[in-house]
Ligand binder design. Structure first.
Ligand code: ZN
Ligand code: ZN
Length: 419
């Protein structure tokens, strides 16, 4: 890596992740996984994993356990494995992750995949592998949405990813440019990144508090191709960067993060939304797409590319066709201002307002963490195996908050907050 101070930057990144992101506690175990079909971290994540291990042990972690993977090996499977074997799953991996989370451990997830890696393979096989992973992840996903443990999702650039973002550069220059951008968007170019994050967290917290106090009954979103009313359940909470886990550990789940987010009402959504960015789902790019809701449920969807993949997750279960998250991000956010499409949800979702189909976060409803599934659903909360974010915001988006007595108040105009 030709990047100046690469090792020093990785070290700073790891320190920020352990101290502000995960906030690893003395006595905690830390599991590290990836976003792949088997939850392994691709081998190029090693420099970050090692640096994180250092800071985690310094913080008193009793064990740092890593699930590794190798994209090339996964490709051999898609090329040569029996065509009917793609529901096979290494269940010990997700069982182990869930066991650690249940026992009070922390979890770090590293996004280090090339977008579109599996585009060239039979999409039925990709869908089968994705389905097996999502199903096996369910116990962990449930603990996660119940806010049972502290976790953090971060990214580690790869050459394939960098070339998507900077196609005009050579492999090496593209990788260097993407590292630089990621470090900058994570505020690692600041003298004191930890202090810079504290300021940022405070700003986001003010926004989410304001919206929580408003208790809008719905949001009305309009932009070219989008005109939708999304209901919000009584007692919803707007969250932002810092969340406190049930056992009481404050943590930041995504780095970077620019959003304030809450939950939509699972049975109140009417109208059409058009995505403003492509979506990378399990390594497959879905492009030029939109969905139409009626009474909370997707009744129609279309995509210019990989419509089948879009349909696969929408039709996964009842909840995957309903809204689980509404997130607001101003167009002036540094990620939007970079003007780049990252082909990676962690970055792209922090550049634009988005919604997620599928599971809602229990933290977004008062008392949600301790409700039974039936109670949560009855209160308007959505449950699903899936949680898929996609971007609908732009500098042309207007949002009104609808008050309890049906009046509309401006929340965003041309992609910026009005308050
Ligand atoms: Zn979000
Ligand atoms: Zn989300």
């Amino acid at each position: 890596m030709a990047l100046k101070n690469f090792d020093a930057m990785i070290d700073k990144y790891a320190e920020l992740i352990v101290k502000v992101g995960l906030n690893v506690q003395a006595g905690q175990r830390l599991s590290i996984n990836g976003k792949s079909f088997t939850r392994g971290v691709p081998l190029n994540g090693a420099p970050l994993v090692r640096a994180v291990a250092k800071y985690a042990y310094q913080a008193g972690a009793t064990l740092v356990d890593v699930l590794w993977d190798d994209t090339e090996t996964a490709i051999q499977r898609f090329k040569h494995a029996p065509r009917d074997s793609f529901d096979e799953y290494p269940t010990w991996r997700t069982k182990g992750l869930a066991e650690n989370a249940k026992n009070g451990g922390a979890l770090m997830t590293i996004y280090a995949e090339d977008p579109g890696t599996f585009d060239e393979f039979d999409q039925d096989l990709v869908a089968a592998a994705q389905r097996a992973m999502v199903q096996n992840m369910d116990p962990l996903s449930q603990l996660l949405s119940a806010n049972h443990f502290n976790w953090c999702l971060v990214a580690m650039p790869t050459v394939g990813w960098a070339k998507k973002v900077y196609p005009e550069l050579s492999d090496e220059d593209a990788l260097e440019a993407l590292f630089e951008t990621v470090f900058q968007l994570c505020r690692l170019d600041q003298d004191d990144p930890v202090a810079a994050w504290e300021d940022h967290i405070a700003t986001l917290h003010k926004r989410s508090q304001y919206l929580s106090e408003k208790q809008y009954s719905a949001l009305h979103l309009t932009a070219p191709g989008t005109d939708v009313t999304l209901g919000m359940p009584a007692g919803h909470i707007w969250e932002s960067a810092r969340i406190i886990s049930q056992p009481g550990v404050p943590y930041v789940a995504n780095m970077p993060t620019e959003e304030v987010f809450s939950m939509g009402h699972r049975s109140i959504a009417d109208g059409t939304v058009t995505a403003t960015m492509p979506l990378s789902y399990g390594g497959t790019m879905i492009e030029d797409f939109g969905v139409t809701f009626k009474d909370g449920k997707v009744v129609d969807y279309k995509a210019g590319k990989n419509e089948k993949t879009l349909g696969d997750f929408i039709e996964r279960d009842d909840g995957s066709s309903r809204v689980g998250e509404i997130a607001l991000v101003p167009h002036s956010s540094p990620i939007a201002q970079s003007g780049k499409l990252f082909f990676n949800t962690l970055f792209d979702e922090n550049a634009a307002c988005h919604i997620a189909l599928g599971r809602a976060y229990r933290t977004c409803m008062q008392g949600g963490e301790t409700m039974s599934e039936e109670e949560f659903i009855a209160a308007g909360g959505n449950v699903s195996l899936e949680h898929v974010d996609f971007m609908i915001g732009s500098d042309k988006m207007d949002i009104d908050g609808i008050t309890a007595d049906g009046e509309a108040e401006p929340v965003m105009r041309k992609g910026e907050f009005t308050f």
